[in-house]
Design a protein around this ligand. Sequence first.
Ligand SMILES: Cc1ncc(COP(=O)(O)O)c(C=O)c1O
Length: 488
Amino acid sequence: MVCTVQISSSNGNANPNKGSAAALAAEPIPEEFSPVEICGPLSPDVTADEKLRSGNGEKEIVLGKNVRSSCLAITEPEADDEVTGEREAYMASVLAKYRRSLIERTKHHLGYPYNLDFDYGALAQLQMFSINNLGDPFIESNYGVHSRQFEVGVLDWFARLWELEKHEYWGYITNCGTEGNLHGVLVGREVLPDGVLYASRETHYSIFKAARMYRMELVKVDTLISGEIDCADFKQRLLQNKDKPAIVNVNIGTTVKGAIDDLDMVIQTLEETGFTQDRFYIHCDGALFGLMMPFVKRAPKVTFKKPIGSVSVSGHKFVGCPMPCGVQITRIEHINALSRNVEYLASVDATIMGSRNGHAPIFLWYTLNRKGYRGFQKEVQKCLRNAHYLKGCLQSAGISAMLNELSSTVVFERPQDETFVRKWQLACQGNIAHVVVMPNVTIEKLDYFVNELIENRPGWFPDGNVVTPCISNDIGEGNCACLNHNRV
Ligand SMILES: Cc1ncc(COP(=O)(O)O)c(C=O)c1O
């Protein structure tokens, strides 16, 4: 099959044949592509137990029912479609409209940690190939349309970043950060089969999913107001389970607050409670900041020179790959316990998934080669600077805001209008929302966002009288701008 998918830069500037991105974005977006209500009205047979409230409860998710918004139906071709060309024309117009909606949605994206600033036009020539890296990256399978040479190059780059020699590591390009976490926890469990899994309460749900999938004993550890793991609580919980080895997830950037767990303190806590290195396994979830922290001087260093077992990172986040992917690196001595020969592949199975996206390693290879360690360092500095700028703007406008020292995730008062939240694609939890400042988030975009927030905010309160809500439980009194705290 020959695919004719065209790649263009996300901001639309690399579209030489059509009108400018700005002109396209200015046209109204057809309804089927506009941000839609996910839920319709609840049907009467849905009980309260079946409802899951999302965020502030404006949106209801109903378990056991698919709630349909809009759908582009697939219909059977007419007998004369090939002659009239009507179907081709229809599909072309659907795709053109969809493309316009993507340009518009990309322009207003702030809440998810995806770097949308890239241009992979040079890779368009490869879209016609079904590239699949099934099996082990280091053991070539019989399927020849693969990109293992790119994959291993990317893995070497990350192993060097995290200070593990070529002959000492094993790893693979995953389908996402979640897969890296599922793999990291699985390796931990294979190394320490009766280990208890420890993870802070603010850990990404994929780690809790791993505990459920592998039926592992799970201990949730409290967090500090910053979102970091609370090592005093960690110590208590370790002492309660001293007889069993510990498998610990360390967050290199939590999802909501972008908090970086103190790896050194975690290791120290394990040692102080009598856990020797053969009785603990640490997986570092660096989905978000795994690639940023190495370039921040004051950050606790993530390195295999410390007693850690694995590190994972998402490839579509800071790196800026246009398709979900990730990188997982572990010590080679751990992987044998997991590996199984698969005769028909002529390779070995040690990954979570079977077929693996062979395009993703090429995109990663391309961008790592273009930017290099120095390029990423510059981008990290820009993101941290812009995040401070955003926090300052919000606080000057009397809006509660928090920014962890090593992070580019700015947490602030949740906007009281779901249309605004959806327009800017903000990630919200309870009373707070966040913006993750990625390389594509410019000062101009932040100004545009803050101005719109300030302009709209009075409309979310009765008679336009703004009463700043207290969110000190979420971000600390020192960051809260409510009447009682008014610290910012
Ligand atoms: C801390 C953390 N870990 C893991 C993940 C999962 O990554 P992915 O979406 O690539 O599966 C996320 C996603 O945002 C995250 O924030």
